[in-house]
Design a protein around this ligand. Structure first.
Ligand code: SF4
Length: 301
């Protein structure tokens, strides 16, 4: 793709974003700590839910220092409703490490050295909070970039990141964040996975895939997927919720839960303890960990 086309796409995308992008309260928070929290929350949780629950989290932990000093149990309690609790653990550990270093670093490489922080989150923090020019690439931005280049699904992660960064090169200070947020919104409103609306897409003139995206394969028959209450994720979430309600004393977790027999509950509890999401509390009780952040973070960011 020519430099001129790259620049045209950037201008069109950012202009469209400023006039038609989604209005999200969480985007008004551009300090490094808030960006980190919101980006971690937004992975695997609907943005409308993050809009509501992020404010509750910030009320409880207004600063990086507040989160860094909290007990793991407090962080997990504030994470209620967001799901995928391992992310809360990873965020807590990253915050504790960054606080010990004096704050969140500015550079992508330094951010990625924090426990659990991956390439996407590091670039999102660097771009939104510090004006970095590297474009964060998640599954939505990957789809948009891949389609612009006529190479959807065929670029390996490194090539995809390099392709995205070429869009960041001609941008002004702070505009990589706007580019990324514009691409996110375009992915949600026009460049959807199943049915892109190329007809009124603001960058259709320079997109190699305009009007050419093949229809996705037919979806699986409704009802053939495992119902959520039958999944291990449901069971883990249910146990964590019980322990949120139980407080510092904890609870005895035995016996069947919903569709899961006692053996499955024991196995899920064992996994939660091994991952550091739950700790023994004596007399057969377990609870959310009443300790500071510790250990290596799961690489889920
Ligand atoms: S023209 Fe179509 S395929 Fe290309 S970015 Fe826009 S919506 Fe996506």
């Amino acid at each position: 793709m020519s430099v001129a086309a790259t620049e045209r796409i950037g201008r069109a995308l950012i202009s469209w974003y400023r006039s038609s992008g989604r209005t999200l309260r969480i985007r008004e928070r551009t300090d490094p700590y808030s960006v980190l929290v919101v980006e971690v929350m937004a992975q695997q949780t609907q943005i409308s839910r993050v809009e509501t629950l992020a404010e509750r989290f910030f009320a409880r932990f207004p600063t990086l220092a507040d989160l860094a000093r909290a007990e793991t149990a407090e962080v997990l309690e504030a994470w209620r409703g967001l799901g995928y609790n391992r992310r809360a653990l990873a965020l807590h550990r990253a915050a504790a490490t960054a606080h010990a270093l004096g704050g969140l670093p500015k550079e992508v490489e330094a951010l990625q050295e924090l426990p659990g922080i991956g390439p996407y989150t590091a670039r999102a923090v660097a771009a939104i909070a510090y004006g970095g020019r590297s474009i964060p690439v998640d599954v939505n931005i990957a789809r948009v970039v891949g389609r612009i280049l006529g190479a959807e699904g065929s670029l390996k992660p490194r090539a995809l990141q390099e392709a995205a960064d070429r869009f960041g090169e001609p941008l002004g200070d702070g505009e990589a964040a706007a580019w990324a947020q514009a691409a996110m919104d375009l992915a949600a409103t026009h460049c959807t996975a199943a049915a892109p609306r190329c007809g009124d897409c603001p960058i259709a003139a320079d997109c190699a895939s305009a009007g050419r995206v093949a229809a996705p394969p037919p979806r699986r028959e409704r009802g053939s997927a495992t119902p959520f209450p039958a999944t291990r994720r449901w069971l883990r979430g249910r146990i964590i919720d019980e322990l949120r309600d139980a407080g510092a004393e904890g609870a005895v977790i035995t016996g069947a839960r919903g569709l899961h027999d006692a053996g499955a509950v024991d196995a899920a509890l064992e996994g939660l303890v091994a991952e550091g999401l739950v700790e023994p509390a004596g007399d057969g009780r377990v609870r959310l960990p009443r300790r500071a952040a510790q250990g290596a973070a799961p690489s889920i960011l």
